[in-house]
Design a protein around this ligand. Sequence first.
Ligand code: BEZ
Length: 244
Amino acid sequence: MPGLLLGDELPNFEVESTAGTVKLHEYFGDSWGILFSHPRDYTPVCTTELGRVARLSGEFSKRNVKLIALSVDNLEDHHGWSKDILAYNYEKSEGSELPYPIIADSKRELAVTLGMLDPVEKDKDGMPVTARCVFIVGPDKKLKLSLLYPHTTGRSFDEILRVVDSLQLTAQKRVATPTEWMPGGCVMVPPNMPEDEAAALFPIGVFSKELPSGRKYLRYTPDPLDRKGCEPPPAEPELPTSLE
Ligand code: BEZ
């Protein structure tokens, strides 16, 4: 089964899109990149998703992320559908164009190569449609994260923003982010980092949670990009509150 695995380089496809012909690597440039696919144009769930991404596009720009959507319909459909997406999700004053292009993958070349096809859902001609896939690539064009949802479940692009924050933090600092982490929350110190190294790397403090096993692998430190403090995750009531 063709597809893209974590660490693989995104192929530099030349694609037809609503912004003209683009090569993916040149389009993403030195930015982070998100390629997200949709089953079909003129479908309800996709219309809500593309509208949500349009509304969040300023947040993605702030994080230096460039967006590109993909669907297996043609450019004419993409242009017509874009007007519906805007009408459903935007006030007239907010703009007349989607703030990102949509790729027309009519021959399903990208969808097949990148493993985006839904093995279950078929269109009226019995052809497979694209699933709801999200690929996040770093400035090095390597795959950092992928999601694959079925056509019946719309994605949360607030969650995609959250994972971008985690990916960008963990690309810079040797930490990991726990469940439900948001910027400013505590981050985890990798379990294989010796204590003296952790103390040197995280001078504000490293706090470990006592556990029945006696092993000290649950170690927290404040978000190293946001030194305001360490908000413990909700399921950890006994974390130290003082960071002095
Ligand atoms: C939708 O986006 O609403 C959708 C797409 C394919 C099948 C069913 C629903």
